[in-house]
Design a protein around this ligand. Structure first.
Ligand code: PHE
Length: 459
């Protein structure tokens, strides 16, 4: 007999634990900063509503229907078609790749928690704090690798031991705490001199800045942030009780996740403009910017400690879902014991993560591919794996799953059953076509830059 969540709340907590993580607080602001602000945010919100939400419903539906992790689920519901099982494996591969760099960044949050406890930001100028990040991540590989290892050990222990009960309880307390802290910081942030400029950057789209790459980045970011396109939510859905309402649940999770991402951006950019730090900071953005904010507020040290610790915890609950997908697949497909599976897979992911922790381990990479190892993984996940995974799951739910099956899953326990025809149109047509369109324009722009750019024609 397969395990189940005790309550619908248990599922909501676990799934939002998966969704809310580094993607919201580290990823969203950094992607928005690099992709020109307002236009990216507009695309992002559209992607969540039109693509993310229907895909989340589809994933939970497929997981619950099949009672399996991704590979088994696609196999079972497609009459054992090898092509669909391959899609399941693609999700598992994505989980491995994501966790390998996710763990490194989670290690940074741990480092910054300890730095806050040691009051290491005291007396430093915003410029110094910005420079500190390069020092912490670039000049002490031993420390970064140690924290990466520590984080992976924790994730393995929890996934292997199945202490989900304790975890459910912790999420119940810490998630609302994170939420309250974010709202508090948001309110305090309105007092900053750069607030107006930050808000304008984030919410006023600059149409001259349009480039298709921003659309694909927004699509990838929305999939990443909602934990979609690789089977994490599908796997969690397989533990959901028959009678629970998939539609309302998915809506709740998507709204919560999106609120936290946008709020994180609303906290960050006013700081950037207040201290003149530059919006395109990249992966280090939150670490370079936030400590300066904490330094200049009352009880700032305490706020910094709590913030980075909660961020670490949010990363942990997301990482659990990543390792769970891979572990559940190994258990379902190879019949390994849970402990063996989690330890073997987690150990492998740790090794794969080493070049993300310390780029010098693969010195030729950057010359060969024009970007760092970790950056390449992020690029591949955002631009290929997750959007493609989302496209395929929506085709699967819309066209392969029988209508009676999807209808039954959609309407079980739901007061929103009347939305079924709308959802079906979305997953059958709008989502696949939308994702394809973004793909084609972006790749076209990347490989044939003259084709789409009006500047090219004017020159
Ligand atoms: N959604 C998580 C975050 O925003 C990351 C994640 C992606 C988790 C895919 C599981 C699957 O941090």
């Amino acid at each position: 007999m397969r395990g189940q969540w005790g309550t619908r709340l248990g599922f909501i907590l676990a799934a939002s634990g998966s969704a809310v993580g580094l993607g919201n607080i580290w990823g969203f602001p950094f992607m928005a900063g690099q992709s020109g602000g307002g236009l990216f945010v507009l695309f992002y919100l559209a992607c969540v509503a039109v693509i993310g939400l229907p895909v989340m419903i589809a994933e939970i539906m497929v997981g619950r229907r099949a009672q399996r992790s991704p590979v088994g689920a696609y196999g079972r519901l497609s009459g054992d078609k090898a092509m669909w099982k391959l899609v399941g494996w693609m999700g598992v591969a994505a989980g491995v790749l994501i966790l390998s760099f996710y763990s490194v960044i989670a290690g940074w949050t741990l480092d910054y928690t300890v730095l806050s406890i040691r009051d290491a930001f005291a007396g430093r100028s915003p410029g110094d704090i910005e420079a500190l990040f390069a020092e912490r991540t670039g000049e002490r590989p031993g420390g970064v690798i140690f924290l990466h290892a520590l984080f992976m050990v924790m994730v393995i222990a929890i996934v292997a031991g199945g202490v989900e009960k304790g975890l459910e309880r912790a999420v119940r307390i810490l998630m609302p705490l994170l939420f309250v802290l974010i709202v508090g910081l948001l309110i305090y942030g309105t007092t900053l001199e750069g607030f107006g400029e930050g808000a304008r950057f984030l919410f006023v789209p600059d149409l001259d800045e349009f480039d298709a790459g921003a659309a694909l980045a927004a699509l990838g970011q929305s999939m990443f942030s909602l934990s979609l396109g690789m089977g994490a939510i599908l796997t969690y859905g397989s533990y959901l009780r028959r009678k629970d309402d998939i539609v309302a649940t998915s809506t709740t999770i998507s709204l919560l996740d999106t609120f936290i991402a946008v709020a994180a951006g609303m906290i960050l950019f006013p700081i950037v403009f207040t201290y003149d730090l530059g919006t395109a900071g990249g992966e280090g953005l939150i670490f370079e910017v936030l400590p300066a904010f904490f330094e200049n507020m009352p009880a700032g040290q305490l706020v910094a400690i709590v913030f980075f610790a909660l961020l670490f915890f949010a990363a942990l609950t997301s990482a659990l879902s990543l390792l769970e997908v891979v572990t559940a697949t190994v258990i379902d497909q190879l019949g390994w014991r849970r402990l063996t599976a989690a330890a073997a897979v987690g150990g492998g992911i740790f090794v794969l993560g080493l070049p993300s922790a310390h780029a010098e381990l693969l010195p030729f990479w950057e010359d060969l591919f024009g970007m760092g190892f970790q950056e390449s993984l992020v690029f591949l996940i955002y631009n290929v794996f997750l959007p493609l995974g989302g496209l395929l799951i929506s085709v699967f739910a819309g066209w392969v799953l029988t209508r009676s099956a999807s209808y039954e899953e959609f309407t079980a326990g739901s007061r929103l059953a009347g939305l079924y025809p709308g959802w079906l149109i979305l997953v059958r047509f709008i989502v696949p076509i939308g994702i394809l369109l973004v793909f084609v324009t972006t790749w076209a722009e990347m490989f044939f830059p003259d084709l789409l750019s009006s500047e090219g024609a004017n020159e």
